[in-house]
Design a protein around this ligand. Structure first.
Ligand SMILES: *Cc1c(COP(=O)(O)O)cnc(C)c1O
Length: 367
């Protein structure tokens, strides 16, 4: 037994991710009251770091919540899809995976009408079908990186349609923000939801929405108190501090996110993270291919963040999961109909080249 085997396993699931030592150490900073100026310094650094991640969000309002990625998506959907009693109409949802379907479920749960444009999980978005239903819609909801399969959806195409029809684009960018470029289309009004603990390498507990100012000009559509982003934009005037958040924030998660955003910027920002993920994902695809695992999607349709592979006949997910865990890696199962037939490998988190080399060796030893 080498000491490496006693180290905690590296996480190859799409969040929560393996932390750097620096981010982990950032958790043991002083306890803070969120109504004190010391907290303002932390939240302001996080907000500034978030809007610097991608040029598409440079002018956006950063809204930080306590919750998992789903909380950010739900807040975005709640707030920026008008209520049926304040506007006629419907929202359009693009669904080619678990997370697109989840946004449709959010609309249904809040009593908002939706037209859902569905594609099979292994297919791309049908832009013509979206274009056909978009006129008159109050919002277009889509997933940037559909983590169900690893597909990078054509958000540039969706953004062009949204801009052409004057419909806001609400994007679940939970598993792509920080590693894949957001669409930049003139005239587009958009909001993006994501979390601290996927491509940004923070810890669970903090999530955020980056929204164009123009979205706040319509009345809030929220049918909920906690998920109404108007409250996060204008915290109660009774709070003494400008940095205040309306509800108790995930203070330690924000310590970690501030540190993770510093590391992200120092390491070269989005292009550097994209390139590192791309290299690691390519190496993993080559290793799997040599072992007879076919990729679910062609390289040109996948994100750099996560790859899905068909399990060869006679190979069970549980078996390779357990054997890789013994060798220091936690992998991820497929979902729904793909659960028993595929394996997913994400490269988010503090994974170094030598970790991927060790993974390659561990996979070769399975053969
Ligand atoms: C992980 C993920 C979510 C949900 O995040 P939770 O943190 O599990 O709530 C939403 N959308 C996408 C695309 C994701 O990958």
């Amino acid at each position: 037994m080498t000491s490496m085997l006693n180290a905690p396993p590296k996480l190859l699931n799409p969040g929560p991710v393996t932390l750097t030592d620096t981010v982990r150490a950032s958790l043991s900073q002083p306890d803070l009251c969120h109504r004190e100026p010391e907290f303002t310094t932390v939240i302001e650094a996080v907000r500034a770091g978030l809007v610097a991640v991608d040029p598409a969000v440079a002018g956006c309002v950063p809204l930080v919540l306590a919750g998992s990625g789903t909380a950010a998506v739900e807040a975005m959907v709640q707030t920026f899809v008008p209520r049926q009693d304040s506007a006629e109409g419907f929202a359009v949802v693009v669904d080619n995976g678990v997370y697109g379907a989840r946004m449709a479920a959010m609309l249904e749960a809040s009593g908002k009408r939706a037209r859902v444009v569905t594609s099979a999980w292994i297919d791309g978005i049908d832009l013509d079908a979206v274009a056909a239903v978009l006129p008159g819609a109050t919002a277009l909801l889509a997933v940037h990186h559909e983590t169900t399969t690893g597909r990078l959806n054509d958000v540039d195409g969706l953004a062009r349609l949204a801009a052409a029809h004057g419909v806001p684009l609400l994007l679940d960018a939970v598993s792509s923000f920080g590693a894949e470029a957001l669409p930049r289309v003139p005239g587009l009004v958009a909001a993006y939801a994501s979390t601290a603990n996927k491509c940004l390498h923070g810890i669970t507990g903090a999530c955020f929405v980056l929204a164009d100012e123009a979205l706040f000009e319509r009345p809030s559509g929220a049918t909920s108190v906690y998920f109404d982003l108007h409250r996060y934009r204008s915290p109660s005037s009774s709070s003494a501090s400008v940095g205040a958040t309306p509800f108790t924030p995930a203070v330690h998660s924000l310590y970690a996110l501030r540190t993770a955003l510093d590391e992200y910027a120092t390491a070269g920002g989005r292009s550097a993270r994209h390139e590192r993920y791309r290299r690691h994902s390519l190496q993993i695809r080559e290793t799997f291919a040599a072992l007879g695992f076919r990729p679910l999607l062609p390289l040109s349709s996948t994100s750099v963040c996560l790859q899905t592979f068909w399990l060869p006949d006679g190979v069970s997910y549980a078996e390779i999961h357990d054997r890789l865990k013994d060798r220091g890696f936690v992998i991820y199962a497929g979902q729904g109909p793909l659960a028993k037939r595929t394996v997913r490998i994400a490269v988010m988190g503090d994974l170094r080249d030598d970790d991927i080399d060790r993974l390659t060796t561990a996979l070769q030893e399975l053969a």
